[in-house]
Write a protein that binds this ligand. Structure first.
Ligand SMILES: C[S@@+](CC[C@H](N)C(=O)[O-])C[C@H]1O[C@@H](n2cnc3c(N)ncnc32)[C@H](O)[C@@H]1O
Length: 232
């Protein structure tokens, strides 16, 4: 059985049991192989824009003997994919802006279970989801290779939502602070984020261009620290 790291396992845990999943930017194809091997989904599509990753995905799918259940497609994002055959769309390991661009081209994606894992620009992606009528249902923090990431589970319901600066940065991660399994990773996510914001604030306060901008980041860092302390 294929073993996933914490990040991809957290993405897999959001997938609809018994469903069918498209993994956009699949690279090695570990996720669709795991999803079908474990019986989580019946079928999957491993899609990627580049041919080299798809070769590696093809090899891993063949080694697992799953060619009948996992299709392979070279395409940009969701372009040309017949989405009616799927319940879940996964976009993991890409920048938040690229994830939003890919979703935007197939809006509204009504009825799909979306599993999104931005490597960077998570605040951009959360804001985009709120503004475009997607509800962020849940988020899980997960560690891989010494870093902690947020895995976002979202669904379109057509309702535009206000997205505060704080929510754009922390999303639903604070809800996991008291979770016995995920509490430590949630705390790590918030601490790492706060340190990043404190460094930005420090840099801005020393810069002549935007010394006032530092306050915004400092306030955000203080809000996050309060959330962290609320856990104790
Ligand atoms: C860092 S890998 C992530 C692999 C895997 N999803 C994971 O999370 O471990 C990013 C993959 O996205 C693919 N990619 C980048 N832009 C893409 C696009 N517009 N459409 C589809 N795939 C894309 C790249 O070729 C690469 O294989």
């Amino acid at each position: 059985m294929t073993m996933l790291d914490g990040r991809l396992q957290a993405a897999a845990d959001f997938v609809t049991p018994g469903g069918a999943a498209v993994d956009v930017g699949t690279d090695h194809g570990y996720l669709p192989v795991y999803l079908v091997e474990s019986g989580r989904v019946k079928r999957a599509l491993a899609a990627d824009i580049n041919s080299q990753p798809l070769e590696s995905a093809r090899k891993n799918i063949a080694e697992a003997g799953l060619e009948d259940q996992i299709g392979v497609l070279q395409t940009d994002g969701l372009d040309g994919i017949d989405l009616e055959q799927f319940t879940d769309v996964i976009l993991a390991g890409m920048g938040g802006m690229l994830i939003a661009e890919i979703l935007e081209r197939r809006m509204p994606l009504d009825g799909f279970n979306l599993i999104l894992q931005p490597m960077t620009q998570a605040p951009f992606l959360r804001r985009w989801l709120c503004e475009k009528g997607f509800q962020i249902l849940a988020e899980t923090p997960a560690q891989a290779a010494g870093k902690v990431y947020a895995i976002i589970n979202a669904r379109y319901d057509g309702q535009m939502r206000e997205c505060s600066e704080l929510f754009a940065h922390v999303g639903k991660i604070p809800e996991k602070l008291r979770d016995p399994e995920k509490g430590t990773e949630a705390l790590l996510y918030l601490r790492t984020l706060r340190h990043k914001l404190e460094i930005i604030a420090l840099g801005m306060s020393q810069s002549e261009r935007d010394p006032g901008g530092a306050d915004r980041y400092r306030q955000l860092a203080e809000q996050i620290q309060k959330i962290e302390e609320g856990r104790e």
